[in-house]
Ligand binder design. Sequence first.
Ligand SMILES: *[C@@H]1O[C@H](CO)[C@@H](O)[C@H](O)[C@H]1NC(C)=O
Length: 198
Amino acid sequence: MALGLLCLGLTLLGILQSQAQDTTPTLIPSPSLSKVPLQPDFQDDQFQGKWYIIGLAGSSFRKGRQSQYNMHRTIYKLNDDHSYNVTSTLLRGQNCDLQIRIFVPSVQPGQFTLGYLPQYVPGQSYTVRVVATNYKEFAMVFFETKFRNRVNFRTTLYGRTKELSPELKQRFVNFAKSLGLTDDNIIFPVPTEKCIDG
Ligand SMILES: *[C@@H]1O[C@H](CO)[C@@H](O)[C@H](O)[C@H]1NC(C)=O
């Protein structure tokens, strides 16, 4: 039972956190959402399509384990009701893992919660906030998960291509640090051919 719950929990927390599950949890408090910037005048149709994960930051990430992180990609498909079907692929061993989520618009444009899928555990709250994007090149997105009293957060730097300029990477580092994270919590996954093309 406990193991079953743990597995469900890991599904919930997503591929990335589950990848980092055996790192020591730290006590970096999740920033108040009101302190996390939001892309003004968010255009959900322009945000659609494929994004490569160029950078990742969160209290559960450790730079020392960077070699274990392969680049993955996420595809956003807009539905008529303005929710997104979000499909992420990640190389794990020799396999491509697929994760499907639904992001439902929340209190303001650019902010989302998780739509219902049967595998989700009740009581979980999940917030996605598009911090900044120019749609055609990069995006920075903030994710917060709450389960019982535990709050976990992370942020990702998305690119339309597998590389982004040093300036954009630095901007992401600065943003991550504004959330209380340190260099040690920021990683840039290794580009790979597998799973992320197509
Ligand atoms: C999103 O997923 C649902 C359920 O699988 C499907 O019916 C719908 O067509 C998908 N929407 C898009 C835009 O692909």
